[in-house]
Design a protein around this ligand. Structure first.
Ligand code: MTE
Length: 322
């Protein structure tokens, strides 16, 4: 299939699905169409009101900043970051923020299962009540050779592992995004193996940097960034940071991510930020700081080697790029 020979998230607009074109048209119609729908259909009116409900977690932010994690560059402006995204569930464009507002984030149930003492489900607000939120400034480097700097709010992944109580046989955590093609038109594109899946070893999941972001820029995380809960692993390429997670499974087998299923030779499990190893089709030596036009050399492990280099010992024969 032609799609898998391209870099996963750079499929040109002209190859987008009819659903995507339909979505663009809807986006253009915008608020006027919503108002018309309110007048015509009671169901549409209810749907509109549901997406307008204020986020019940809004009073938890801003969270206190953990000063340990510092940046070597300014924070990317919120309006820049919030308008240059990848969220394939809503389409292939980087300008996906408007379309992503269709994401319904309450109720939001998270399932914890697999090799754990007892599988369970809990709502996002119950989870938020059981964790201590903090703010961290993290760099973010995309495999496409651009970067941003983001003030995430959230909690360490290690806290989720503690709540999950995995068995000693668990070797990996497999994470899964929602599956709802009615809400997310991108999921009607059958050539992607939905839902979006990513994986971490237990050692990666419990590394102190590994963070579950529920907020950004001092408020609940915006829908286009993967509300209400997404992963933030700052030493790896951005595509590892799965958005809008609904399931954490503790498993023995190494999970195969969506991108790996599409193009195994380019987006392997150990994909990280290693400027010395080019992507098979382009260099990873430098990056563009989005919003500034500045280009900088890319740092190994995105500059987080002190925290994560140990995780890679003995992996010299693995593909440590993408
Ligand atoms: N998670 C889901 N569920 N769907 C996606 O399309 N895109 C990935 C990652 N997580 C993606 C995802 C990619 S390719 C990148 S670069 C980052 O999210 C982008 O995150 P941002 O839009 O918040 O910058």
């Amino acid at each position: 299939m032609h799609v898998i020979r391209r870099r996963g998230w750079e499929i040109p607009e002209r190859e987008a699905t009819p659903e995507h074109l339909f979505l663009s048209r809807r986006a253009v119609l915008g608020a006027g169409a919503a108002a018309a729908a309110l007048a015509i259909s009671p169901q549409a009116a209810v749907a509109q009101r549901v997406t307008d409900i204020p986020d019940p977690s809004k009073d938890l932010y801003p969270a206190r900043r953990n000063e340990k994690y510092t940046l070597d560059r300014p924070v990317t402006r919120e309006e820049v970051n919030g308008n240059y995204n990848n969220f394939y569930e809503f389409g292939t464009s980087k300008e996906i923020a408007k379309a992503a507002q269709a994401l319904r984030i309450r109720p939001w149930t998270i399932r914890i299962d697999g090799k754990v003492e007892k599988p369970f489900e809990l709502g996002i607000d119950d989870l938020l009540a059981r964790v201590a939120l903090e703010e961290r400034l993290y760099r973010f480097r995309c495999v496409e050779a651009w970067s941003m700097a983001i003030p995430w709010s959230g909690f360490p992944f290690a806290r989720l592992v503690e709540l999950a109580r995995p068995l000693s046989s668990a070797k990996y955590v497999r994470m899964e995004t929602f599956l709802d093609p009615k809400m997310a038109p991108g999921q009607r594109a059958s050539w992607y193996p939905w839902p979006y899946v990513e994986g971490l070893t237990i050692a990666e999941a419990t590394n102190e940097l590994t963070f579950l972001a529920t907020g950004a820029y001092g408020k609940p995380i915006a829908k286009q960034h993967g509300a209400p809960i997404r992963l933030a692993v700052p030493w790896k390429y951005g595509f590892k940071s799965i958005k809008s997670i609904v399931r954490f499974s503790f498993v023995e087998e190494r999970p195969k991510s969506l991108w790996q299923q599409l193009q195994d030779s380019e987006y392997g499990f150990w994909a990280n930020v290693n400027p010395e190893v080019p992507h098979p089709r382009w260099s990873q030596a430098s990056e563009e700081l989005i919003g500034t036009g500045e280009r900088r050399p890319t740092l190994k492990f995105n500059g987080y080697g002190d925290y994560v280099a140990d995780l890679y010992k003995g992996l010299e024969n693995e593909r440590l790029w993408a």
